[in-house]
Structures are given as structure tokens and as C-alpha cells.
Design a protein. Sequence first.
Length: 396
Amino acid sequence: MKTIWSWIRKHPFWTIFIFWWLVALVILGITFSQSGKYSSDPRMDQLFGVIGAIMCAVIAPIITYVLFRLLAFIWSKIPREIRARTLKWIGLIFVVIATILSGLIFYWRALPSDWSIKRIDSTRGLEYTSIALDALGNPHISYYDNTTGNLKYALWTGSTWNIKTVDSVGKFGGYTSIALDVSGNPHISYYDSIKGNLKYALWMGSAWNIETIDSVGDVGSYTSIALDTSGNPHISYYDSIKGNLKYALWTGSKWNIETIDSVGDVGSYTSIALDTSGNPHISYYDDTNGNLKYALWTGSTWNIETVVHSVGDVGSDTSIALDSSGNPHISFLYSYDGILGYARWNGSTWLIKKIDKTGYSGRYNSIALSTSGISYISYTDEENQELKCARGPEGN
């Protein structure tokens, strides 16, 4: 120890350089292991991390050494008897301050980030994402591969993403939506763009069971699915010929189909969720007025309201989820500037927030809530051709 201390006293300049080089290595390690956790762009995390490491390795040692020499000069001018009395107090104060700062730094690093974003599939041409969480909190995502024309499915196993192809005959998988039953099996509704039909796929445990629900006209685009306590699927979707919002319910033996809203061109970008009473809540887009709309089945009738009035063009690419109180949370797109939007009903009013402003983000989004009230939103960044997943703070 005395040898090390002696070397440090003889070589203060190199001691400072070694210290800052170690700090630079730590910064690089954190940067490349945590990139993407504290911002929406991992490449920017890495860029700023490298810049910070360079500053620590080159600029910081020089500044520190100059300050060290300046303080040493000032210290040498102080009378010896004063230095002897104050040295122990200066050391104590330094230790206290260093301890407090270190604690604050580690506390800050331990705090959960507002939104963390991860890459899942970097294949170009990914669209129409939908997300659901199983009992373990693992996300299941269905989406469309526009390059191959396939419906795809991604499952987080706890350590990695497992990706499968569901339907690969023709151009299947547009406007996909996913829900999980009590066994964790995925149910997926989607659009057959060749025949203009609404389709439905169910994972049986070893294979996919696929059927056509509605084939009258050009129907099935902007589909959304939810399961009731009996495991029966409820599906909202768009009739592009008539410009109507439609709804299909599996009773256990057949599909019941009805029209919910037919005023103007409405029903595109639809999304559905069921409350504890089994009543459907549906968010969708009013193309005639450029507004985000919301429909609730009360048990006897449909209540319809506007959530976000048009400021430019707002409310497309919508997705809905309900919290433990039955309040709706809706993700959507600000079409005029390409920003991912978020709205939630707090019991008396709608609260609106913009989430991701990087690139042209927010298209083909889907939202889900964990049991602790944390929001997860999957969506695409069209400018960077990426599939993203955003995680919100607890309690939103």
C-alpha cells in the first residue's frame, strides 16, 4: 500500500489519467449493455456514450490535472499550522460529499426509466402489430411481414424472442390483432387482402386453426379481437365498402355480426377491449372529421363519443386497453407529424400525452396493460424501418 501511495505521489498526472481511463471503460460498458433502455434510439445512446468516454479519456484528465496543480499551489501558500488543523476536516468533508454523491448516482441509475424501447424484428416492411401479455407478463405480438405477405407471431420467452409464421398462403396478416385465452394460447384476427375477408387463427397447442368469419363485401380491415371469460372472441372491424364500424361475436356455436356506427366514413383503425361485465369498449377513427372516437356497449345500447377532436388529423392507428377500474387507455397516431399519442380516461376526463417523437413513429401500434398498471405499446418507426416496444411508468 505504501508503495502504491508513493507511486501516486510521484506520478499524479498518470494517476489521474488511469482513473479517468477506468471511468471511460465503465461508461463504454454501460453504454453498449444498456443502449436503448434510456432513449428511443439505441444508436444515439451508443454515440453519446462513445463521446462521453472520449471526453473522460482525453479532456477530463487534462482539466483535472490543471485543477490539481492549481489547488496544490494554493495549498502550499497556506501556513503549515493552519493546514495541520484543517486537513482532517477537509478529508472528512470530502468523504461525506463523495458518499452522498455516489449514493445519489446509484439511486438515480436504479430508478425505472419512463419508457424503455427494444428491437424485436429488424426485417424491413413490418406492419400491423398487436400485443398481449400472458400470466407471466411476457408479451406476445402478432404482425404482418409486407415483404413476404405473411402473418407472423413473436413470443418473449423470458430471455429471447421466438418468432413464427402463422399464415403464409397469399397476402394474409394485414390489420392483425391478438388476444390470449386462459391457457395462454393466442387468438388472432386479421385481413385477407386478396379476397377482402375477415379471418381468424387460433393456436391449438401444436398447430394453427384458421377460418373465415365475414366475407360479404370488402370487410375485415382494421380488425381487433378480445376474449370474454368464456373464451369467446369479440371482433371489431371495418366495412370499407359502406364505411361502417362492424362487430362480430362468437356465441359458442355461431358468429353474430352487427353494425355499430354508420354516420359518415367511420370504423377504420378500430380496437376492442372487454370490461369485467363482458361489455365491449371500442376505439376507432372518424375519417370524415379526422377525429378519434370511442364506443361503449352498456348492455342495451352503444354510447359513442369523440376522444380527441381534429387538430390537423388525429386518431388513426388506434388501440385500446382497460385498467383494473375499467377505464380505457388508448394509443393512437398524430398523423400530421408522425407522433405516437396516448390517451386515458381517469374517470372524469381524457388525459392526452405524446410518447415517441423520433422519426415517424406510432403507426400500426397496439397497447396492453400489466396487472400493476404499466402500459406496453408496440409500434413501428417508419423512418428507421424498425419494430419498437415502449414501456410506460407504473400507474401511467
